[in-house]
Design a protein around this ligand. Structure first.
Ligand code: CA
Length: 519
């Protein structure tokens, strides 16, 4: 069934390519040169691929030593890779709000995962829709309010499920059988092929749930990596000395805080009998081997790391494989040349670094977001940018790509000059960060901070404790130099800079409210 359908499709696309080629020939003959130029200048389509908690350490284009992501790498090879894309607030819903509003969390209201987004705010999808784009949102939205600004939307409720997902739609809830990463992709492809108005440029948000906790690999990935050990990060056994009490009191260690479901001692509760049988065939023998070994101490931590990282990477692999299907479709449909493709993730993640999973801290692994952008004819293939860009800049960039004016109150800045390889001497030299969700899951204390190309200063303000790192000398951020006299000048400069940034971005002295009462 599947094969014959794809055969039919390839025949159909070959035929339509022929017709399209003739059409372009005819149009070119009948147009004056200025008309041809205006056809060439038509706004690009935008395919924005977002995943959830996908760390740059698990992307081969970023030098991963633990996996291969050939399809994401393709965007790097054919476009631009950003080395220093920094999230403003390293947690799911707040990062997404910053992406769509172009404003910091204290301005858009979503300081943490508890707050419901006010969807009457100005967001880039609405502006693109008003400018004539056909807009769609498919996958994980993770905002309590309904998607606004979309001609079509189908989103997971909350975190959604890895298997047999429900989707919220304008017509109510629907449910599907299968693996969510595949299903989101099928829906995205179906919209591209069948559901959109092809007279208009499109903007598709193709946003995955994966590889968010608790990592449930798809049926085709359950035994991937069983034949090897994944290299451990250098800081798996970090003891948190030489840092504030915040690093010591978090609850996100591989050693102590992964639960039964994270470690796959319990199968997901909603599998079909066939899925459960595949699941048990994969994890049953692995769990039995674990029981027989009766591990303890560091050996047990090492085993937990392997279990965690392999499941995480299995989820990533499905994202990469499915991205490949979408990129292939763009090629087949002759859409690649006029479609901007963006790959990013709502923030980074700890893959065992500092002994952790999860995110939230200003330390590099969760601060840095992967960002890769392909735009044939506009972005030099294989280019790498090292400017400090932020998720704050995504909305202005997408608007400028589409030729839409950026609202004056957006706090980010369009990355277009960087994408086109121009020098941008007035680009930001420092980036502001602010995390709020405490008390909360994983007990990461509230903090704000500033990062330059070399230094980082963080203030855990409810503890009145500071950290300062020299990333050149201490890239793993193991020793805070806050009390080191050698750095007193740099630290004072960064304190002044923090004050400047807080004024520039209008950060209030008292944190905005969280939905739940904060103790
Ligand atoms: Ca996330």
């Amino acid at each position: 069934m599947k094969k014959s359908r794809s055969d039919l499709l390839s025949i159909a696309s070959g035929f339509s390519a022929l017709v399209f080629g003739f059409f372009i020939f005819a149009v070119t003959l009948s147009c004056s040169s200025s008309e041809v130029a205006s056809i060439e200048k038509k706004p690009p389509n935008i395919l924005f691929v977002f995943s959830d908690d996908h760390a740059y350490q698990a992307i081969s284009a970023y030098g991963s030593v633990i996996n291969q992501t050939p399809n994401i790498d393709r965007i790097a090879r054919e476009g631009m890779l950003f080395q220093n894309c920094l999230v403003t607030n390293s947690i799911c819903a707040p990062s997404r709000e910053v992406v769509i509003t172009g404003k910091h969390s204290h301005m858009n209201g979503v300081i943490d995962n508890r707050v419901e987004f006010d969807n009457t705010q100005t967001i880039f999808p609405k502006l693109l829709q008003q400018a004539g784009y056909e807009t769609a949102m498919i996958g994980k939205w993770h905002l309590k309010s309904e998607p606004a600004g979309f001609d079509y939307w189908e989103v997971l409720p909350g975190q959604g499920r890895y298997y047999n997902p429900q989707f919220r739609t304008p017509d109510g809830m629907v449910e599907y059988t299968g693996y969510t990463t595949h299903i989101i992709t099928e829906k995205a492809l179906d919209w591209l092929k069948e559901k959109r108005d092809k007279e208009k440029p499109f903007m598709l948000l193709y946003w995955h749930k994966a590889p968010h906790r608790n990592w449930q690999p798809g049926p085709d990935y359950l035994t991937l990596f069983d034949d090897r050990d994944i290299p451990e990060p250098e800081t798996l056994f970090d003891d948190y000395s030489n840092r504030t009490s915040a690093a010591k009191t978090q609850e996100m260690t591989v050693a102590k805080h992964l639960n039964e479901r994270d470690l796959k001692f319990t199968a997901p509760g909603n599998l079909t009998p066939e899925q459960l049988s595949q699941w048990n065939a994969a994890y049953g023998p692995k769990n039995q081997q674990f029981e027989e070994k009766a591990l303890s101490g560091d050996d047990l931590v090492r085993w937990k790391y392997q279990r965690y990282i392999k499941d995480y990477l299995r989820c990533v692999q499905a994202v990469d494989d499915n991205l490949g299907k979408v990129l292939d479709y763009l090629d087949e449909a002759n859409l690649s040349d006029n479609t901007v493709v963006i790959y990013s993730s709502d923030q980074g993640f700890y893959l065992g670094e500092h002994g952790w999973f999860d995110k939230r801290f200003i330390y590099e692994e969760s601060l840095r977001m992967p960002l890769l952008i392909r735009w044939p004819g506009r972005i030099q293939p294989g280019s790498v940018d090292t400017h400090l860009v932020q998720n704050l800049d995504f909305a202005p960039t997408l608007l400028e790509m589409a030729g839409v004016e950026v609202p004056a109150d957006f706090q980010g800045r369009s990355m277009m000059p960087l994408l086109e390889g121009q020098t941008a001497p007035d680009w930001r030299q420092t980036a502001y960060y602010h995390y709020y969700e405490y008390p909360g899951a994983h007990s990461v204390r509230r903090h704000y901070g500033v990062r330059t190309d070399r230094y980082k200063l963080a203030y855990f303000y409810n503890l009145d404790e500071w950290e300062f790192f020299d990333l050149e000398k201490d890239p793993n951020e193991l020793v805070s130099r806050y009390d080191d006299l050698e750095y007193s000048g740099e630290i004072q400069d960064l304190k002044n800079e923090l004050n400047r940034l807080r004024q520039l971005y209008k950060v209030p002295e008292v944190d905005p409210p969280s939905e739940r009462p904060v103790r």
